[in-house]
Design a protein around this ligand. Sequence first.
Ligand code: SAH
Length: 392
Amino acid sequence: MKTIKLKPRKEESILRHHPWVFSGAIASLPEDIEEGERVRVVSADGKVLGTGHFQIGSIAVRLLEFGDKEITDDFFSRRLESAFRLRQTLGLIRQDNTCFRLVHGEGDFLPGLVIDIYGDTAVMQAHSPGMHFERLEIAQALTELPDARIRNVYYKSETTLPFKAQLDPQNDYIIGRFDGNIALENGLKFNIDWLRGQKTGFFVDQRENRSLLEKYSKGRNVLNMFCYTGGFSVYAMRGGALKVDSVDSSAKAAALTDANIDLNFPDDSRHHTFAVDAFKFLADMPKDAYDLIILDPPAFAKHRSALKNGLLGYRKLNAKAFEKIKSGGILFTFSCSQVVTREMFRLAVFTAAAQSGRKVRILHQLTQPADHPVDISHPEGEYLKGLVLYVE
Ligand code: SAH
């Protein structure tokens, strides 16, 4: 294995178990080093700090083991077993709940890897060349996980791998084949489209927040903006909403929402889908039409450079909702931009509330669920923020 030496005093974050080595911390790279290789990282004075996957870019190494611990042959089996045990502890593996996130990258000490489970299919995404090269071993370990009964592994890396690396990314079954795609979340059925859908096909990260929404839905007129698969809408229907309108600019997403509503509430006239732009819908809709609004947009700021515009986007979107929501209404508002901190998001929403002149109280402060854990040494793993607001 090749060795990467750091510049003096650049080892501190690694000693505190932060799993990233930035390129600026490296003294020099071995000449023949290749992307995705396993490498050993040492401090300027030769102390072994850890072993990980090398990658060209600002994050140069993603560490898998710290100190002089070797990466053993059963490394992936052990990490996956520990991730599975945690999901069992969380009570997520039940007859009425067959989808959950099994591996959340750094949060499960497997940087660069995401795995979501839908029934007996695992959908796996590599975000690093290193994990891409290890994919077959990981897939094998998945199907051998005791009690997990995973039979199919779908690998979906075309959009997640660094495109410059020319790694021959793949969207295909590594093990098994398609044998059904209906998963259960808290007893509700969802068609999961990992072939054509965004990310792994479903946003399991909103499960707890959807459950909370269900409790507020009774007797309300609900507007689910940026509905994608209609997750929030299906929960609102079960919660006893009077009417539910779902909006997404993508016709494909609107069709997915319709299919999921049909699966759970066939011929229920309370629900309607609109394939239109969210900002246009909010501008055109009459005041007071809704007393429960969900705003769960895509990340408005994917990188730090887009932060200012992103925050402006959140402010404008929320301002529109405050302007239109009925008195006594409840707003569920989210940001999944990793670069937008909890404080920044709250300030953007506060500014929108102040602009609208409405009196607003915070009922709940929401985050990502426990199957998306945050390694305390890696605060960058926290990304989902939400506020539930009561609007006078
Ligand atoms: N709330 C969803 C996830 C939302 S993902 C869930 O619980 O699963 C973001 C969605 O926003 C995508 O489906 C995307 O098509 C949609 N979208 C992006 N820009 C939009 C816009 N300007 N207007 C309406 N929808 C938009």
